[in-house]
Design a protein around this ligand. Structure first.
Ligand SMILES: [Zn+2]
Length: 322
């Protein structure tokens, strides 16, 4: 399959929180709500934010509002089913487009916090302690939005009239775009969906893109510092393996050369090979003992997690009962 952005699909899935985590973590228990291709999204004013709002309005507004109940025929007779809106679960990019916010690379990278900013990128921020850099590890310094502050923020985003340049500045400073057809601004969804219902996809955002990426870079740094193997050596060892085309390409594995950064789900292809190299090819040493230990622990976690996703969670549970 040649890489072709016009074939990129946007997928919406639906599930029921009552299913519980064992079912919810497996995509086989998600209903397909809709699939729309990039060229069609591009034709909609407001892009995927508008498309999301149209989709949610079809479910939670007007005469077919699921909250008012739908009747189902079952073998035991008719059943009235009432469905409330629960959560939006997506990765960082998904949440960015669904909620029309500026996302992880924006100056206000978090839609839940009022004072967390990304200082890289030249935003002029007073150094009076009112703002916290997004890399801060002390959660007590984060000031989170209340329903009231979020309502006020959205009123500010929508206030006008403004020139294009003024609106761009407001978007940068407040972290949200004004999309009058979007989820946060269309009247029918005001009492249905809020930013407080947004959840990051744990596996993608925290496990593979965060923790796993961090463990890989700590490990590679330690091995380089101990003089055992450097990034070039690791890339050379990786070249002995046959990789899917996407990963073979320069921009992926050779990024090891400078910043040891692996894109989100690519970690899933890379971590077992790196583990194999660690345990069979690269010599060990006292200086790298801890990094290797933690890396291998993280690998076990990823192994078990993928078992759970394949429906083999019971093997995980029985192994760890004692
Ligand atoms: Zn935050």
């Amino acid at each position: 399959m040649k890489r072709d952005n016009t074939r990129k699909p946007w997928c919406i899935y639906l599930s029921f929180m009552e299913c519980g985590i064992n079912l919810l973590c497996r995509d086989s228990s998600w209903l397909i709500g809709g699939v729309v291709k990039q060229p069609h999204v591009d034709k909609v004013e407001g892009g995927f934010g508008t498309a999301s709002a149209i989709f949610l309005k079809a479910l939670f507004s007007g005469p077919n509002d699921l909250r008012n109940g739908i009747s189902l025929q079952t073998p035991d007779g008719p059943l009235m089913l009432f469905i409330d809106f629960g959560r939006v679960l997506a990765d960082t990019a998904g949440l960015k487009y669904i909620f029309d916010c500026t996302g992880a690379s924006g100056h206000k990278p978090c839609m839940h916090c009022r004072n967390v900013v990304n200082c890289h990128g030249g935003l002029d921020i007073p150094d009076d302690g009112a703002f916290v850099d997004h890399a801060c590890h002390e959660p007590s310094r984060f000031a989170t939005h209340s329903k009231r502050t979020m309502r006020k923020l959205l009123v500010d985003v929508a206030a006008g009239p403004r020139s294009r340049a003024e609106q761009t500045l407001v978007t940068r400073r407040l972290g949200f775009k004004h999309n009058p057809h979007g989820v946060l601004f269309c009247a029918e969804l005001q009492n249905v969906v809020t930013t407080f219902d947004a959840r990051y996809d744990f596996a993608h955002t925290i496990l593979t893109n965060g923790t796993a990426g961090l463990e890989v870079s700590l490990l590679v740094d330690a091995y380089r510092a101990a003089g055992i193997v450097d990034a070039t050596g690791i890339v050379a060892a990786f070249a002995g393996w046959h990789w899917p085309t996407g990963l073979q390409k320069k921009q992926k594995i050779e990024e090891f050369n400078d910043m040891f950064f692996i894109q989100g789900s690519d970690v899933l292809s890379v971590y077992p090979v790196l583990r194999h190299l660690l345990t069979s090819q690269f010599p060990s040493a006292d200086e790298v003992r801890l990094e290797k230990l933690y890396y291998l622990a993280m690998c076990r976690f990823l192994d078990e997690y993928s078992l759970v996703q394949r429906g083999w969670g019971h093997t995980f549970a029985s192994r760890h009962r004692h």
